[in-house]
Design a protein around this ligand. Structure first.
Ligand code: PMV
Length: 313
């Protein structure tokens, strides 16, 4: 597609995309099985203005990996044959907790560029475009994090994004604990891939069982049956342990949450570090937080079900 230069450009645009938490279905989702993911109320914000300089100026404080930023810019320019230089600044509330900053920054940049150059991109087009960029940089990934950044709320995500359905979130109360260790998503996905090669039948069966739990979890969310959702999360955690992606620290935080009265608890994301989540009631929330902290978990203060990517006025 070529960009028509007679369209008036907006000079300055700010876009924000939320981070995410995987609720259920990680790893299996890489192979096309469904998962449930929620957007969280922490944002990655991108400010872009068109500049008269010859070169781009890119300022990304706290970002250790600029590959997504660079690839998003290259891909957008290629797709729409753009020549203008820009100044791009990011601000992140996502920290290092594994809340999906790579997907969020990619989505926010594309959204801001589309706005500034008056190029309409539907949510689906934005998803396909951003997912391609994330795949190119990372080499792997189901795209669930890209979908959460775009659609927001809580979504049922399947077939690598062919199916994206919004679910209600109100009443779903999560406590999030950081294990203090950064998860290596790519190596964990590769570890599971190798296991799948070595034991295809066994691993495929685990994936199918996880998928069944996700279908049931979708129903539990629709009916706001938190006790049932918690039980399903616990089963999901058992399968993740079987896959070998949990670790001692996550296990002890999960156990502490369960002993303190959580409906259910599990790791969230690739495993091997990052965060665990516990489904709680308002009544048990405080004691569950304390129990997780007691075994060395750090509380991450987020709420699930926030709005997807948006242009700030
Ligand atoms: O590590 P995270 O939070 O990006 O989650 C990875 C989830 C996986 O299912 C293991 C990979 C994926 O892209 O779906």
């Amino acid at each position: 597609m070529t960009h028509q230069s007679n369209i008036s450009h907006k000079k300055k645009v700010t876009a924000s995309a939320p981070g995410k938490l995987m609720i259920m279905g990680e790893h299996a989702v890489v192979y096309g099985y469904p998962c449930i993911v929620s957007a969280v109320n922490k944002y990655l914000t991108v400010k872009i203005n068109i500049s008269k300089e010859k070169k781009d100026i890119i300022i990304t404080p706290g970002f250790s990996d600029n590959r997504f930023v660079k690839e998003a810019l290259i891909s957008f320019r290629d797709k729409f044959s753009l020549k203008e230089s820009i100044v791009l600044k990011t601000r992140s509330e996502l920290g290092n907790f594994g809340l999906g900053s790579s997907a969020a920054v990619t989505v926010a940049i594309l959204k801001a560029l589309a706005k500034i150059f008056s190029l309409p991109l539907s949510r689906k087009e934005l998803f396909n475009f951003a997912y391609k960029i994330v795949q190119k940089v990372q080499g792997i990934g189901s795209g669930f994090d890209v979908a959460a950044a775009i659609y927001g709320g809580t979504i049922y995500f399947s077939k690598r994004g062919e199916v994206i359905e919004s679910l209600p979130t109100s009443g779903m109360n999560l406590v999030v604990g950081y294990s203090g260790v950064k998860a290596e998503t790519v190596s964990l996905v590769n570890l599971v891939r190798q296991k799948r090669r070595d034991y295809p039948k066994g691993i495929e069966e685990i994936f199918r069982n996880i998928a069944e739990l996700v279908e049931k979890a979708k129903m539990a969310i629709l009916t706001k049956d938190w006790e049932r959702l918690g039980t399903l999360m616990n089963f999901n955690q058992d399968y993740l342990e079987n896959l070998g992606v949990s670790n001692e620290k996550l296990n002890s935080m999960i156990l502490a949450a369960k002993n303190a009265g959580a409906y259910g608890a599990k790791l969230s994301g690739a495993g091997g570090g990052d965060c665990m989540i516990a489904l709680v009631s308002k009544k048990t929330e405080d004691s569950i937080k304390k129990a997780i902290e007691k075994v060395g978990g750090e509380m991450v203060d987020v709420k699930v079900g926030t709005e997807g990517v948006k242009i700030e006025q």
